[in-house]
Design a protein around this ligand. Structure first.
Ligand SMILES: Nc1ncnc2c1ncn2[C@@H]1O[C@H](COP(=O)(O)OP(=O)(O)O)[C@@H](O)[C@H]1O
Ligand SMILES: [Mg+2]
Length: 309
């Protein structure tokens, strides 16, 4: 493993190291021994069928779920536990909260405070959790809002913004805590198609700035362009991983191929719906002919996005 990472040029000590992570809900094992290293500055895209354990794994990384077995380190810290002479002892809530503070999380639903302005949403955690002074928190928040393209919206309320704008506020809010690691869980899947690009752009910028990111997404265009590595998860286990060209372009495992084919079919169906909406006729379907041929990229795929998750 370290050889492959050396080849990518990432430093050898990973920022995130997950070893044999297991997790069950009501006796059903949903994570069946996940191993994953994520290096500093690396962007890892996690994909896989619905219910395969992607969200659970992200939630285990930042201790929103407790793991049943295995270990997770972030920046050398064992998450959620203290190792005393080989025996694991659960950390107090306070110490867990301190670990979680360094990890930014961005979900499908933005969960902004509806009664607070954009600026107030972004300064809330630094002021409440870190004790940052208001002037300092506001100055930092304004910079972050500029970074996500919302420098002109500090006084707006969430309801006055589009979904894409709200998600960009949510990203700025996470960044305001100066995280070491950003976890994204399908950040664009609740958005109208025309708003997806602006959120992906912010994420791409973040990657360019060197942020370490684990991104659950079915936006394969984004994965191809931005990911250093794609990890395909099915039924709680890593099936296949590698550079996007390899993992998406030439998948080795039947389950990966089946998943990617299904996504292409969904893209094709989406493309048909878009054409029908735009032209108002079914005749225009000829314009997207060949969609059932899995070797032919759909217009959406060519444009680098995926409609549903
Ligand atoms: N809090 C929970 N309680 C019980 N089952 C859960 C819980 N969270 C997730 N699961 C189950 O764990 C499995 C993996 O879910 P999830 O991690 O959300 O998958 P994904 O994000 O890949 O769609 C699913 O079968 C889901 O129903
Ligand atoms: Mg999920």
């Amino acid at each position: 493993m370290s050889q492959r990472h050396a080849a990518t040029g990432f430093p050898d000590e990973p920022l995130v190291r997950a070893v044999n992570v297991t997790k069950a809900f009501h006796g059903t094992e949903v994570l069946k021994g996940i191993d994953m290293d994520v290096h500093r500055g690396e962007v890892v895209v996690l994909c896989g069928p619905s219910g395969s354990g992607k969200t659970t794994f992200l939630r285990c990384i930042n201790q929103l779920e407790t793991i049943d077995g295995g270990r997770i380190w972030v920046d050398g810290d064992l998450m959620g536990y203290e190792d005393r002479g080989g025996t694991l002892h659960r950390l107090t809530d306070k110490r867990m909260a301190a670990q979680r503070r360094d990890i930014g999380m961005c979900f499908q639903r933005f969960n902004l405070f509806p009664h607070k302005t954009v600026l107030e949403n972004v300064i809330e955690a630094p002021m409440q959790v870190k004790g940052t002074s208001r002037p300092q928190a506001e100055a930092a928040a304004r910079e972050l809002l500029d970074q996500v393209g919302l420098g002109d919206k500090p006084s707006a309320y969430p309801a006055q913004l589009s979904g894409g704008q709200q998600q960009r506020v949510a990203i700025a809010r996470a960044l305001a805590m100066d995280p070491k690691l950003m976890l994204f869980d399908e950040p664009t899947s609740a958005l109208d198609p025309e708003l997806v690009g602006e959120v992906l752009k912010v994420m791409r910028d973040l990657a360019t700035r060197g942020m370490t990111m684990i991104v659950v997404t079915h936006e394969m265009g984004f994965a191809r362009e931005v990911a250093d590595r794609v990890v395909f998860i099915d039924a709680g286990a890593v099936v296949e991983e590698g550079p996007p060209d390899q993992c998406l372009g030439n998948p080795q495992h039947q389950r990966t191929r089946a998943f990617l084919s299904r996504m292409r079919r969904e893209e094709a169906a989406h493309a048909r719906a878009v054409v029908q909406t735009v032209t108002g006729t079914a005749d225009a379907l000829g314009a997207v002919g060949g969609l059932d041929d899995e070797s032919t990229p759909s217009p959406d795929e060519a444009a680098g996005r995926h409609p549903t998750t």
